[in-house]
Design a protein around this ligand. Structure first.
Ligand code: DGL
Length: 255
């Protein structure tokens, strides 16, 4: 038993899509969310720089007493997960993996689409995952150009957002993708748009965050880290940005 919080980290608001699944799947666990905010977006920054930012974030979450850390950012996972696990080897650190495996298992057309940031798609993690699971399946990857900014600026429900999403998905849909993987934790906030665009085409859009929450639950059991039966969970929000940003994190999470 361990009533300490689980830490959740992202460049900004996106990791809240994982935070809300953790809260649903693990209602007795306290959570500390750190949304960098000051350096978002990470997607086009050099890997070195992302490693430094991720290092600072994980150190902050450990200072806050976190018993396990979820790097709820595909871009930071791609750039820094091996480094973080080596440096903080006594704490379980969970990263985001693009959900290429379930997509490849479920595709009927043999074409799978992946949407992610430029940095994630260039990373080894994506290449390795695609090579491992995508044998005989065509993977059509595209950068969700502007998606992170749309979410950060609360512009998810605008015609501009719809145009952006249509543009990014055009090629994969034209080539017959019937599974589209969301490889960035900001993107599930655009889910209503994805669903409108693929409606009637037999396309499944995969948000990996429920699977991440299930994985965290298994790890808590494995390490004996679950909160006690009577623990009343607390939710804290931290940022490297300002107080206004911190409040936005809180409002978006608890909305
Ligand atoms: N939520 C981050 C991810 O999953 C967004 C990265 C960024 O800030 O560009 O990749």
């Amino acid at each position: 038993m361990n009533d300490n919080p689980i830490g959740v980290y992202d460049s900004g608001l996106g990791g809240l899509t994982v935070w809300r699944e953790l809260r649903r799947a693990l209602p007795r666990e306290s959570l500390v969310y750190l949304g960098d905010g000051k350096n978002c977006p990470y997607g086009s920054r050099p890997a070195e720089e992302i490693r430094t930012l991720a290092d600072r974030a994980v150190a902050t979450l450990l200072d806050a007493g976190c018993k396990l850390v979820v790097v709820a950012c595909n871009t930071a996972t791609a750039a820094a997960i091996d480094f973080l696990r080596a440096k903080y080897s006594s704490t379980p650190i969970v990263g985001m993996e693009p959900a290429v495996k379930p997509a490849c298992l479920n595709t009927r057309s043999g074409v799978v689409g992946v949407l992610a940031t430029a940095r994630s798609l260039e990373g080894d993690l994506f290449r390795r995952t695609a090579a491992r699971y995508a044998e005989g399946v065509e993977v059509v990857a595209a950068v969700g150009e502007g998606f992170v900014e749309l979410v950060e600026q609360d512009r998810e429900q605008t015609p501009e957002a719809e145009a952006c999403v249509r543009r990014a998905m055009e090629e994969m849909l034209r080539r017959g993708a019937d599974q589209v993987v969301l490889g960035c934790t900001h993107y599930p906030f655009l889910m209503p748009l994805f669903e409108r665009i693929v409606a009637g085409h037999g396309v499944t859009v995969i948000d990996p965050s429920p699977a991440v929450a299930r994985h965290v639950a298994r790890l808590l059991d494995h390490y004996g880290l679950r909160a006690g039966e009577n623990h009343a969970p607390q939710y804290r929000f931290l940022t490297f940005g300002d107080e206004t940003y911190r409040r936005r994190l809180e409002c978006k999470a608890l909305a």
